[in-house]
Design a protein around this ligand. Structure first.
Ligand code: MG
Length: 398
């Protein structure tokens, strides 16, 4: 089997990769919806891929893996990797999880990072009210993540929150950092306490916090919430769109309290997790299969983390429905250090009408059942999907 073409169409805001072959089998991958601008990055990989046997996934990846980087630049390579696994699975007549070593669980736990309701404000009662709506959401999530501090509007909306300057705009990834005021830190802790009041010990709470915290504030927060049994504090120091890791700084924070510290969504490749994992600098890593270099890359990170007593809770909020399928396939195969992955939703909602093969409802009691169709096990309803193609992408499904 040989690759004949690599196509990319921006559907909604997601770049979608389609790899075609001389045997009529094709494979799909999807880039996060925040990155419609990456179409060119996918297409520039095409000349390296045409003529290769897509079922030799690793051999193909060796040609293109050095064309990626930290978020957002790992996405194109990651989406191609997923499309290759989809193809390899379809060619073998097996679900992708079988090619990764087989599933160790029949249903995969997800956490809520994408089912969202508008915030009415940024006071503790607003966080409590918002959390109550998420807790009541029909997916029955057993873990809910909420953004606070630098991963929220607090620096702009809470007067006197910190000693630095709030972002002049909402440009995604804009790095705002600085020392918190006593009032600012107290505000964060009060909001966390209000959310815990709603969740009790029935639903776990995780916080996306930054990046942007200073070391003393990060330690103050981690200690202040010690009695609240938070599942993790995410991206306090670096993370999101920060193109470096700061493992040594994370280790300081991790060792200062019993609250689990989490990072890694922006990191590209296993190599860049090495210091975090070997140094036990965090308790939980959170690679995103759409940024880390793909699903086999994520599995490698999970296995290596497990050897070092580090947990894994993969990121995935913007990965779309094809990204969801990829997360289910790989997370079904991970060792017991797997906690849950971040559940992506159809966005816009019409995506639900153009992808077939997903369970309905997708999430039951906070889990997704693992399906067993070949490849990633999801397909486009092509006549329905065609309606959403831009003029320049008309030939995407041909
Ligand atoms: Mg995050």
């Amino acid at each position: 089997m040989k690759i004949t073409d690599v196509k990319c169409a921006v559907i909604g805001e997601h770049p979608v990769v389609r790899i075609t072959t001389d045997e009529g089998v094709d494979g799909y991958g999807q880039v996060e919806r925040y990155k419609p601008y990456l179409k060119w990055h996918v297409l520039h990989l095409a000349p390296a891929l045409v003529g290769e046997d897509p079922t030799n996934v690793e051999r193909v990846m060796l040609k293109i893996r050095n064309r990626g980087g930290f978020k957002p630049w790992g996405s194109a390579v990651s989406a191609v990797e997923m499309a290759l696994w989809d193809l390899a699975g379809k060619a073998a007549g097996l679900p992708v999880y079988k090619l990764l070593g087989g599933k160790v669980r029949d249903r995969v736990r997800v956490y809520n990072g994408a089912v969202r309701f508008p915030m009415e404000g940024y006071e503790p009662e607003d966080y409590a009210a918002n959390m109550a709506r998420m807790k009541a959401s029909p997916e029955g999530f057993t873990i809910i993540k909420q953004g606070v501090a630098f991963h929220s509007a607090m620096p702009r909306e809470v007067p006197g929150f910190f000693y630095g300057d709030p972002a002049p705009s909402n440009f995604h990834g804009h790095l705002v950092r600085g020392l918190l005021t006593e009032k600012g830190l107290n505000h964060v802790v009060a909001c966390v306490a209000a959310m815990k009041e709603v969740l009790g010990d029935e639903v776990g709470l995780a916080l996306d916090c930054g990046p942007g915290w200073t070391v003393p504030d990060a330690i103050r927060l981690a200690k202040a919430v010690e009695g609240m049994h938070l599942l993790w504090l995410e991206d306090l120091i670096t993370g999101d769109y920060v193109p470096w890791v700061s493992a040594g700084v994370y280790r300081e924070v991790t060792r200062a309290s019993t609250t689990p510290i989490h990072t890694g969504e922006q990191i590209y490749l296993r190599h860049n997790f090495k210091e975090l994992i070997e140094g036990q600098a965090v308790r939980i890593v959170g690679p995103d299969p759409c940024d880390v270099g793909g699903i086999a890359e994520l599995k490698w990170v999970a296995e290596y983390a497990d050897l070092h007593g580090v947990l894994i809770a993969p990121h995935g909020t913007g990965n779309g429905l094809l990204g969801l399928a990829a997360l289910v396939q790989v997370c079904a195969t991970l060792p017991a250090n797997f906690v849950a992955f971040e559940y992506p939703v159809a966005n816009p909602e019409w995506w639900s009408g153009i992808v077939t093969g997903l369970p309905d409802p997708i999430v039951v009691d906070g889990f997704v059942e693992v399906w067993g169709r070949p490849g990633m096990g999801v397909e486009f309803d092509i006549p329905a999907a065609r309606a959403y193609l831009a003029e320049e992408d008309r030939g995407f499904f041909d």
